[in-house]
Design a binder for this molecule. Structure first.
Ligand code: 9YT
Length: 132
C-alpha cells in the first residue's frame, strides 16, 4: 500500500513548476498503479497550449475558475466540480481566470519529469522507464 502526503512532495523532484502550472505528482509510473495522479495548480491569468498526443488525461477541478478551448471546437467553462477527459487527445488551450487546483490522471502514467514541449506534448517516457 502507498500512502503519501502532499506536503512531503512540495519542493521534491516530483514537484514540477513551470511558468503556467505547478504539478505535484502524487502517483507516477514508479508507483506501479498503471496511471499517474497529480495535484496541479494552474496559475491565475495564464494560458497553456496542450496536446497530449501520447496520453489520455482526465482533469477534475476542485478550486478556481477558467476555461478549456478545444482548438477547432468548443470552449467550456471550468469551475470547482468540473471534470473534463481528453478521450480524443484534443489539442486545447487551458486558461485560468482565477488560480485553479486540478486533480489530473494520466494513462499511461507519467514518469515524473515531463514538461510540455513546443507542441504542448509530453514525451512517452514510460517505455524508457520500464527498461531501467
Ligand atoms: C490540466 C493540465 O493538463 N495541466 C498541465 C499540467 C499537467 N496536468 C500535469 O503535468 O500535472
Amino acid at each position: 500500500m502507498i500512502v503519501k502526503q502532499l506536503h512531503e512532495l512540495v519542493g521534491s523532484q516530483d514537484d514540477i513548476d513551470t511558468q503556467t502550472w505547478n504539478s505535484r505528482r502524487l502517483l507516477l509510473h514508479k508507483d506501479g498503479m498503471g496511471f499517474s495522479m497529480h495535484d496541479t495548480i494552474i496559475k491565475e491569468g495564464t494560458e497553456t497550449m496542450i496536446w497530449y498526443k501520447n496520453h489520455l488525461e482526465a482533469v477534475y477541478c476542485i478550486e478556481g475558475e477558467g476555461e478549456i478551448e478545444v482548438i477547432g471546437g468548443k470552449t467550456y467553462p471550468i469551475q470547482a466540480g468540473t471534470l473534463y477527459a481528453l478521450d480524443g487527445h484534443e489539442k486545447h488551450y487551458l486558461r485560468a481566470t482565477k488560480q485553479m487546483r486540478m486533480i489530473c490522471v494520466f494513462n499511461p502514467p507519467l514518469v515524473g519529469r515531463e514538461v510540455h514541449d513546443e507542441e504542448g506534448t509530453y514525451p512517452l517516457l514510460e517505455t524508457e522507464a520500464a527498461q531501467k
